[in-house]
Design a protein around this ligand. Sequence first.
Ligand SMILES: NC(=O)c1ccc[n+]([C@@H]2O[C@H](COP(=O)([O-])OP(=O)(O)OC[C@H]3O[C@@H](n4cnc5c(N)ncnc54)[C@H](OP(=O)(O)O)[C@@H]3O)[C@@H](O)[C@H]2O)c1
Length: 282
Amino acid sequence: MTRTALVTGANQGIGYALIEELAARLAPSDRVLLTGRDADRVAAAADRARARATSQVEGRVLDVSDPEAIASLAGELGHTDIVISNAIAPLVPDRPQAEQADEFLAVSNGATHAVLRSFAPTLPPGGRLLIVASGLGTLGYLDPRLHPLFDEVTLAEVETAVDDWRRSIHDGTAREKGWPAWLNVPSKVAQVAAVRAAATRRRAEDLANGRLIAAVCPGLVDTRASRPWFDDFSRAKTPAESAKPIVDLVLNPLDPAMYGELVQFGKVLPWRNGEPMDREVS
Ligand SMILES: NC(=O)c1ccc[n+]([C@@H]2O[C@H](COP(=O)([O-])OP(=O)(O)OC[C@H]3O[C@@H](n4cnc5c(N)ncnc54)[C@H](OP(=O)(O)O)[C@@H]3O)[C@@H](O)[C@H]2O)c1
């Protein structure tokens, strides 16, 4: 049977590499949807991927900061077998984080919530839904005062926590409440918390039907997203290298131990990992 795979934020970086890896490993009749926010960049990337693919590659415009667009595409596609929510908005250290927060949170967190709400119900038996997060997405990286917002909570509670965080960034109270200045850490913890919340409710039924919902960390990869924040890429993976273990997780038989967890290179990262961390940014 023909399968449909979809990757968000796929015109460059890890998302594009995921498209190439999927398109090389799925069947010739399977359909790989390369999505991104800009029609020209999507079309150019889809042409490039098609030249190397064995399965069908289709470019689709999807701006993931628009939850209605996500819901509408999920409805149009009906059943989507493989969904990888990967997009991230540009974030730089030399502009105030508050100026970048609305877009950054909409693309990483709003989209995570919308993908879980709109696509998880469309996963057929054997389906896979992965949220690309980060190794920095474990609870220990946050100030302990914030842990109750993300630990053993519902998806609606994660959404509320992200909304409250965003508001406190704008009203200037975020730091005193324990939020780090660097947006990336709480955003990634919130993505993993959202996966855990959604997965808790669906675990028994999904496992009975061979479905996997999980968060993944690609490791350090030299891309637009990481370049402004790290100096040493000597041990970084290429996007293609980072895509392989993620697609392994998609295509390998389901391991129930991975369900609802944050997975890096085929191993679960414990939810309570990490020490509170921040970066010197305004
Ligand atoms: N790179 C690393 O070391 C690293 C480490 C850990 C986790 N990750 C995670 O891996 C994922 C991919 O990151 P990356 O490093 O590949 O980043 P990237 O190279 O900056 O690519 C980000 C992609 O997201 C797209 N995007 C931005 N805003 C969008 C929107 N509103 N709607 C749809 N697409 C949008 C971008 O499209 P445009 O080209 O149009 O901007 C681009 O295709 C992210 O979730 C990131 O946090 C990366």
